[in-house]
Design a protein around this ligand. Structure first.
Ligand SMILES: *Cc1c(COP(=O)(O)O)cnc(C)c1O
Length: 374
């Protein structure tokens, strides 16, 4: 088959070196706790088979996925690191034990029925035990701790970690965070002394991993904003460069795109670029509804989106750029150092997590490592 990837509308570049540097920054924030890594959802869209070995090279030893399939993919990528631990956050499904044992994967147990099924299925390996402290999503409730299933778990399959998950760590000084820490300390007292893990990226950046044994950052590894206020201390990881297909003149008063939502306020030049919502470039990023309009960058300068994002195309107002900078065949930056994942998310009324995990399959995918390549 002919390789047509170089004719793709856009390239998606993942920098493994940036992921490794972000990992090391997080280890500094988490120390003396170990820094585990969350690689669910295809490593937040960055590619689990590339990202996992890079993180292992940087020193990560504990990996979390949401699903069993993802955990198997992580384990496969860890062939050179047989001592790494892999956990499935979404819990234990009856019948999964033999597949998990054969891949050396452990569940994060989050309810009494999961514990019962895990014990009934042989309970090979050390799981993690998830307790709810206010997220009300997964995890045991306080009332569950009196169950004799807990005692049986402690003797037959002692957990490697006692885990909880923070609901509001992205908002500094949110009272819920303090309440959850208090609740977690109380739950700990009722259980044998297990190592602990509670901090996602935001909580790690807030310094909350330090008093635990293991941090569990995800989004910050991939350059996304974990804490709502203040500067993002992480380096961007993902870059999208999209091709200009045409540049056209739009007379004052004419409109661009579906719904005719953008009317040229002056005689304008508009570049049509080969990315759309089918690439995961969210249609909600068309702006309006009180949100900032999305933008791209040409030569370090922002260039606004005009009109609606359509399936395969977007339009940019390039009137203020030299014609040769936005000519057909040139590329514009849609994500990178001048347009962050969170800029794109803000325009779409969402979060960087959703932008990353939606990155589509039509890109020409390029994986680089700025720590190795010269
Ligand atoms: C996704 C997830 C994380 C990582 O969260 P980030 O905000 O991406 O750092 C940690 N723990 C659990 C239980 C999760 O589901």
């Amino acid at each position: 088959m002919v390789d047509t990837s170089s004719f793709a509308g856009a390239t998606l570049t993942i920098d493994l070196g940036a992921i490794k540097r972000n990992y090391r920054r997080l280890t500094e924030m988490a120390a003396p706790a170990e820094t585990g890594v969350v690689v669910k959802a295809n490593a937040y869209g960055c590619g689990i088979s590339d990202v996992v070995p890079a993180l292992a090279e940087a020193g990560a030893q504990t990996f979390f996925t949401a699903l069993l399939d993802e955990a198997i993919a992580a384990r496969t990528a860890l062939t050179a690191w047989p001592n790494a631990r892999v956990f499935v956050l979404n819990g234990y499904q009856p019948g999964a034990a033999s597949v998990m044992a054969s891949h050396d994967i452990a569940p994060v147990l989050g309810s009494l029925s999961e514990i019962a099924a895990w014990l009934a299925d042989g309970a090979q390996g050390a799981p993690a035990l998830h307790v709810d402290t206010g997220m009300s999503r997964l995890g045991l409730e306080t009332g569950d701790l009196g169950s004799d299933l807990i005692d049986r778990l402690m003797t037959q399959s002692p957990p490697a970690y006692l885990m909880t998950h923070m609901a509001c760590a992205d908002t500094p000084d949110h009272p819920k965070t303090f309440e959850q820490l208090v609740a977690f300390a109380a739950l700990r007292k009722r259980l044998p002394n297990l190592p602990t893990t509670l901090a996602n990226s935001a909580a790690t950046i807030a310094g909350l991993a330090k008093d635990t044994d293991l941090a569990r950052p995800g989004i910050a590894l991939y350059g996304g904003r974990a804490v709502n206020d203040g500067p993002n201390p992480m380096e961007p990881v993902v870059r999208i460069d999209a091709r200009v297909l045409q540049t056209r003149t739009v007379k004052q008063g004419e409109t661009v795109g579906y719904g005719a939502i953008w009317k040229a306020p002056r005689d304008s030049r508009v570049a049509i670029v080969a990315v759309g919502y089918a690439d995961g470039y969210l249609r909600a990023g068309s702006g309006g509804h009180g949100r900032p309009t999305g933008f791209a960058a040409i030569k370090h300068t922002r260039v606004p989106l005009v009109g609606r994002v359509s399936m395969d195309l977007i339009a940019l107002d390039v009137t203020d750029f030299a014609p040769e900078d936005a000519a057909p065949g040139k590329t514009v930056e849609l994500l990178g150092s001048h347009v962050t994942v969170d800029d794109v998310a803000d325009a779409a009324g969402t979060i960087g997590y959703e932008v990353l995990t939606n990155l589509g399959k039509r890109y020409e995918r390029i994986v680089i490592d700025t720590e190795k390549d010269t």
